[in-house]
Write a protein that binds this ligand. Structure first.
Ligand code: FAD
Length: 508
């Protein structure tokens, strides 16, 4: 097994897209087999050495940033073990270090689709499962959790568990009994909180009455075990796709457009779920957005650095995607154009794509903004100040106004963009120095408190990591955090794994 200890060679493993500074570790181990992962963990537990699990390091909340101990890098666990077709879709079995883009390409070449699509496709599947990643397509298809069928997980003690969806559930009192290969049984009491009722949620351990135990590990941010292998569910690849970046010169019109596109899409889904189906690839001629993404006026100001053809009078834009077939493509295009006209979009100056090459350009446009934001934080050497809150449907318009009122006309640069279909936009506040950063974090706290007040979550997709654990106390009581810590202890008695992620170390 490759082990690197030369500090220059391992520097990259001490940071991620959060830009949190100060990470350090004695060495980085690159296991190539499950047995090697188990051996590293068993030894670390015996010696009480902290272990931080590293995926691709695209996380934004410092989950993979180590503060001592060793790093377990999953880079060499990178084989796609199988892709199998079955009725109406398929399954893929992959190791944790497979890059999302490699899985997507492999399944697409088989005529299949893996729906979760966090904008940054260089992330690893293990990282995606550990953060329950979402993305633009989540509006239609939900988060990573919805596609995970089976997980092989190496626990901190070195035991390997193999969980298949549907096989093991918590009882009605929230107790879980998990048999281990050694014959021992781990007994766990689930925390007593209720998760917020929002479309996306990635704040703390997943807890629900009678839940499937596999769900506890999805979104557990490297604190309960090392995910070594993952089986995911696949859907058939849609025949065609229509996408657009559409510009507006009035915010009221933009929001009315989103409301109608959203309501019509959700109505379509409701009728399909009433027939007992989970979201399926669109084949009908009904308007059904799979992505609805927002860019505010400040986001467009940033993007003009790279995209000069953004109309000068645009105050905002929406990126949408709609699945089509040869027979529905024209009528759906007309439907979308009708919707745009009704809501006074700048349709002539908007951009549409019906082939893969043009679609890649629109996706690139969508991706460019978070990249520009990350470059800003790196340039000014500031920790990332980026909200990730989602709120219930009825609270979204008010929440957006709250963000705007706090920032408009002030000295701080900012952008508001993201997953408006899921009531989940990212507000990036962009400090140029420590003084501005302090102000930004004050505003951030106001946003968190307001989101919680209206029934929202503090992280919808990026997770808590080390950056946001203090804010978790705004969502859950101290007692709930103690319950999470007790749950972690049951799996990780020596407290070695993912130290400081989700739960502050004072609770260990
Ligand atoms: C430009 C940009 C855009 C992004 N857009 C989105 C988006 O739209 N939606 C979204 O959800 N996210 C987004 N992200 C965040 C990021 O891509 C996701 O959080 C991703 O899932 C992280 O995967 P990773 O492999 O990089 O994990 P890392 O950053 O390496 O690790 C993330 C966490 O997972 C743990 N972990 C990693 N591998 C394992 C494993 N095998 N077992 C157990 N724990 C593990 C780590 O310890 C850490 O706590 C974006 C990031 C960037 C930079």
């Amino acid at each position: 097994m490759l082990i690197k200890a030369n500090s220059e060679e391992i520097q990259d493993f001490f940071s991620d897209a959060s830009y949190l500074r100060g990470g350090y570790a004695a060495r980085v181990a690159f296991p190539e087999t499950v047995d090697e992962v188990k051996a590293i963990l068993a030894q670390a537990t015996r010696e009480k050495t902290p272990v931080t699990i590293s995926g691709a390091g695209t996380g934004t909340v410092a989950g993979r940033v180590p503060f001592g101990g060793i790093v377990l890098a999953t880079d060499k666990l990178n084989s796609i073990k199988s892709i199998v077709r079955d009725n109406g879709g398929g399954r893929a079995m992959v190791e944790a270090g497979v890059r999302l883009i490699d899985l997507q390409r492999a399944v697409e070449s088989e005529g299949l689709m893996y729906p979760p699509d966090p904008t940054e496709r260089n992330c690893f599947l293990g990282g995606n499962v550990a953060t329950n990643a979402s993305g633009a397509r989540t509006f239609k298809y939900g988060p990573t959790r919805n596609y995970v069928q089976r997980l092989k997980i190496a626990l901190p003690t070195g035991e390997l568990i193999d969980l298949r969806r549907g096989e093991l559930h918590a009882n009605v009192n929230g107790q879980v009994s998990l048999p281990l290969p050694s014959g021992q049984v781990i007994h766990v009491q689930l925390p007593s909180y209720q998760m917020p009722q929002v479309r996306k949620h990635a704040s703390g351990y997943f807890v629900a009455p009678g839940m499937d135990v596999i769900d506890l590990f999805i979104g557990s941010e490297g604190t309960l075990g090392v995910i070594v292998e993952i089986e995911v569910r696949l859907l058939p690849k849609p025949e065609g796709l229509l996408s657009g970046v559409v510009f507006f010169d009035s915010e009221d019109s933009l929001l009315a457009f989103v409301r109608e596109a959203r309501e019509r899409s959700l109505a379509n889904r409701l009728s399909s779920s009433n027939r007992g189906n989970s979201p399926t690839v669109s084949e009908g001629s009904v308007l059904d957005a799979r992505a609805l993404e927002y860019f505010d006026v400040e986001s467009l100001r940033f993007l003009r650095q790279k995209y000069e053809t953004i109309p000068t009078k645009a105050i905002g834009a929406i990126f949408f995607e709609q699945e089509t077939t040869k027979s529905t493509e024209d009528s759906l295009m007309n439907d979308w154009l009708g919707l745009l006209e009704r809501h006074h979009a700048l349709a002539d100056e908007s951009w549409f794509a019906t082939n893969e090459a043009d679609q890649a350009k629109l996706r690139e446009f969508r991706h460019a903004l978070p990249v520009l934001m990350n470059e800003w934080f790196a340039r000014y050497r500031q920790r990332k100040v980026s909200t990730d809150m989602a709120v219930p449907d009825e609270a979204f318009a008010e929440m957006l106004r709250f963000y705007q009122d706090a920032l408009r006309g002030g000295d701080l640069r900012y952008t508001i963009f993201g997953h408006i279909g899921d009531n989940h936009v990212h507000v990036n506040i962009l400090p140029r120095n420590d003084e501005e950063a302090a102000k930004a974090w004050e505003i951030y706290l106001q946003f968190i408190r307001r989101a919680v007040e209206v029934g929202g979550t503090i992280s919808a997709e990026h997770g808590i990591g080390k950056l946001k654990r203090e804010y978790l106390r705004e969502l859950y009581d101290e007692e709930h955090i103690r319950e999470m810590a007790a749950l972690k202890r049951a799996f990780d008695p020596a407290g070695i794994l993912g130290r400081g992620n989700i739960i502050s170390e004072e609770f260990y």
